[in-house]
Design a protein around this ligand. Structure first.
Ligand code: SF4
Ligand code: F3S
Length: 410
């Protein structure tokens, strides 16, 4: 983003979140005794940008705008909480997601500046000094937050992942036990993720420590904006945000991707991508027929997005693989197969077999458009129309890799 201050959320994101513009700027805070003032000043972040961040966090948490001052007050006055980041059996994608979030100040202010005192992957300390630091935090008696990335191998007493001579299983129990709050980030920490399919007996954090004081931020990887918002909520209100039955915050996992998708009008109108790189793909049509799992997946990625709020998998031209859904590696694959039985228009019409009659149910204009498209495809030998008006797709093809390199952001 080219912004060393980096605290701003993009104007698009603020607008998408329905956030009001930040209040008029007051004079910039000069370095003072409070940790946040120091952190802001060190990074050259103005108070206006800080207020913009607090406003965006309020909107992201789905709180009324009137609560922004409470969040500002908490960030400006509360004691700096200690955060410990544990990484176990995974690809480090969640650390990468945090470090490359393009909202650098979210990582800086809400994690590093808040006191990220232990992070196995990125901390400068190593060896016994690092282990001593972790032991000191655990024994301190002070409240601290644990963020866990990666699955926990349990087979053969957990020997498949050891750090400093201890298994991940041991470390998690020792460190998470006394913690005030545990946040599992990413699919692996949530439910074992991809390693669950291997020989290590990988499980999620909740399988080891139970669900008390646990927040699951699923996703492959998680979105750093949601981690920041969760920490801001904890700092402001002293508790977790409202959670669903999987211990996931409702503000981030409460809505279907399909209902927030910018391509939804194309789904409703029967305009589907049929091949990677075809006319529909180039025109941003619906990716349902290419295997998009958006109709069964929940997450706020269409709003929060990735890469500085610029894009997300579907926006980049790739279907959703439901990476924030439970056991998505098993339940949502093959990723390029169509979800069965997705109904359209609130009637008993299957999107996979949408025909002219179904399109006509919505509007004559849509039917004419769809008919034109179908006829054109039929002429091109890519589709035919049955007597009842049902579109018979072209011969099923072997799923091909997307041609535009999309989907790499998540
Ligand atoms: Fe968007 Fe996928 Fe739903 Fe199509 S099927 S509208 S691409 S979420
Ligand atoms: Fe994941 Fe689907 Fe969003 S793959 S990042 S939940 S679009």
């Amino acid at each position: 983003m080219g912004d060393p201050g980096g605290l701003a959320m993009s104007p698009d994101l603020l607008a998408a979140l329905g956030a009001a513009p930040p209040p008029d700027p007051a004079p910039d805070a000069s370095p003072g005794s409070h940790w946040l003032q120091v952190a802001l000043a060190e990074r050259g972040v103005s108070r206006r940008r800080f207020l913009g961040f607090a406003t965006a966090m309020t909107a992201l948490l789905a709180l009324p705008a009137s609560m922004t001052p409470q969040i500002v007050n908490a960030l400006e006055t509360k004691k700096k909480p200690t955060v410990v980041w544990l990484e176990f059996q995974d690809c480090a994608g969640n650390t990468e997601s945090m470090l490359r979030s393009d909202h650098p100040a979210i990582a800086d202010i809400v994690l590093e500046a808040i006191s990220l005192e232990y992070h196995e992957t990125i901390m400068a300390g190593a060896g016994k000094a690092a282990e001593a630091q972790l032991a000191k935090i655990v024994a301190s008696g002070e409240p601290y937050v644990v963020i866990v990335e990666g699955s926990i191998p349990t087979a053969e007493n957990g020997i498949y992942c050891t750090i400093g001579g201890k298994t991940a299983l041991q470390i998690l129990k020792e460190v998470a036990g006394p913690a005030a709050l545990v946040i599992a980030v990413g699919a692996c920490a949530w439910d074992g993720g991809f390693p669950r399919l291997g020989p290590t007996g990988a499980v999620g954090v909740g399988d080891v420590i139970g669900s008390k004081a646990l927040i699951n931020l699923g996703g492959c990887p998680h979105n750093a904006a949601n981690t920041a918002a969760t920490l801001v909520h904890y700092l402001t209100f002293g508790k977790a945000p409202e959670l669903d039955s999987y211990n996931r915050p409702l503000f981030a996992y409460g809505h279907l991707i399909h209902d927030q998708c910018e391509r939804r009008a194309n789904f409703d109108a029967g305009r589907f991508v049929e091949h990677w790189g075809d006319e529909g793909h180039r025109n941003g049509w619906c990716l349902y027929k290419m295997g998009c799992k958006g109709p069964q997946a929940t997450y706020n990625c269409p709003i929060v997005r990735w890469n500085g709020g610029t894009s997300w998998p579907i926006g980049a031209g790739h279907g959703c693989i439901a990476c924030a859904s439970p056991r998505f590696w098993e339940r949502m694959s093959p990723f390029y197969d169509r979800l069965p039985g997705v109904k359209m228009f609130g009637v008993d019409v299957d999107a996979q077999t949408i025909g002219l009659a179904a399109v006509g149910f919505v509007s004559v204009a849509t039917a004419v458009h769809a008919g034109t498209v179908v006829a054109r495809r039929a002429r091109a030998g890519r589709a035919t129309v049955a007597p009842d008006g049902t579109v018979i797709p072209e011969t099923p093809s072997t799923p091909a890799a997307p041609s535009d390199g999309s989907g790499t952001s998540a």
